[in-house]
Design a protein around this ligand. Structure first.
Ligand code: TZP
Ligand code: MG
Length: 215
């Protein structure tokens, strides 16, 4: 059965401390939530477990206050110890089967797909949503191989009922197009973290997404 947009999140903030360019990440997160972000992922690449855990615990005090799910990128220990809502993993990380085995309480598991053949894999089947990575090449993550583009989202939408989260240089100029092409949710880093006013940036993106869904 194909549900009509069963994924309850539309605007997804992915963040690290470095992405906030010297501003307090907790302030950025709170402003983003007040602007309309539905879910937040903490992505601290290369951080030691204790450092990552401390940042995650601090961020969770903010997300809990607003009942916003906190997702941990690629660190099972941190995710479990902080009591996160879920986890996001990529192709080079612990696979979804490993997360499911080790953490039965994981309530939302995301998995990035970079190529079409990864869509039908047994690992992708275990994920609650698929990160479509990247839609467009971005300076925020430079180790990507190719771009899905808007056409990639449209193609994937025709092949799967899994929720699709579009990521990679998403901004106010292209969010409507990815939603109309079939994405369930848009994930951003710099469009919010690097904005002068993260709350206004989030509100603007959310309105554009909601309008595109209503069309
Ligand atoms: N995965 C694919 S692209 C990306 C990640 C984490 C970074 C997206 O950053 P931005 O600034 O929204 O382009
Ligand atoms: Mg990864």
């Amino acid at each position: 059965m194909k549900l009509d947009r069963p994924f309850p999140y539309r605007l997804y903030l992915v963040m690290s401390e470095a992405d906030c360019h010297g501003r307090d990440p907790l302030w950025v997160a709170e402003e983003a939530i007040l602007g309309g972000v539905d879910i937040i992922q903490l992505r601290e690449k290369g951080a030691a477990v204790e450092v990552f855990l401390k940042k995650a615990a601090q961020l969770k005090t903010v997300t809990d206050r607003y009942d916003v799910p906190l997702i941990i990128n690629d660190d099972l220990k941190v995710a479990i110890r902080v009591g996160a809502f879920g986890m996001h993993v990529g192709q080079q990380d612990l696979p979804p089967s490993g997360v499911r085995e080790a953490w039965s309480d994981c309530r939302l598991l995301g998995y990035s797909i970079e190529r079409l053949e990864q869509l039908q894999s047994a690992e992708a089947a275990l994920a609650d949503y698929l990160g479509v990575s990247p839609i467009f090449r971005t300076a925020t993550k430079t180790d990507t191989v190719s771009e899905w583009g808007i056409a990639g989202i449209r193609q994937l939408r025709g092949l799967t009922d899994k929720p699709l989260v579009a990521i990679g240089r998403m901004n106010r100029g292209n969010v409507a197009a990815v939603i109309q092409a079939g994405a369930d949710c848009v994930a951003v880093v710099s469009a919010i973290c690097a904005a002068d006013d993260p709350r206004a940036a989030a509100a603007d993106l959310k309105a554009l997404i909601n309008n595109a869904i209503a069309i």
